[in-house]
Write a protein that binds this ligand. Structure first.
Ligand SMILES: [Cu+2]
Length: 106
């Protein structure tokens, strides 16, 4: 019985960790994000990876929540952004304005 409780605790701890520290990957290829919309949880991290052969990107958020700018990101480079505020944020590329991604943080 005691052992069962310990396993339950461990299981609950694992679930908690997944719920509080989710990580997502969004790649940039052919001047597009791999998804157009993404729903994440507060505190989650998105890794933005430039998967182009020879195109540089500069991904940034239009805010007002979770403002960030990755600055010039050459092919092959990935940068992590942690979203701390709940709300919707539009993400674009400063070099290619047709690239759009909507991130909803719950
Ligand atoms: Cu771009």
């Amino acid at each position: 019985m005691k052992l069962n409780n310990a396993w339950m605790m461990l299981f609950a701890l694992c679930l908690t960790q997944v719920a509080f520290a989710g990580s997502h990957v969004v790649t940039q290829k052919d001047k597009k994000f791999s998804v157009v919309a993404l729903k994440i949880k507060k505190g989650d991290t998105i890794s933005f990876k430039n998967d182009e052969k020879d195109i540089t990107h500069n991904v940034y958020s239009l805010g007002p929540k979770n403002e960030f700018e990755l600055k010039t990101q050459p092919p092959g480079q990935a940068s992590d952004v942690t979203f701390k505020d709940a709300g919707t944020t539009d993400v674009e590329c400063a070099i290619h304005p047709t690239m759009k991604l909507k991130v909803t943080v719950e």
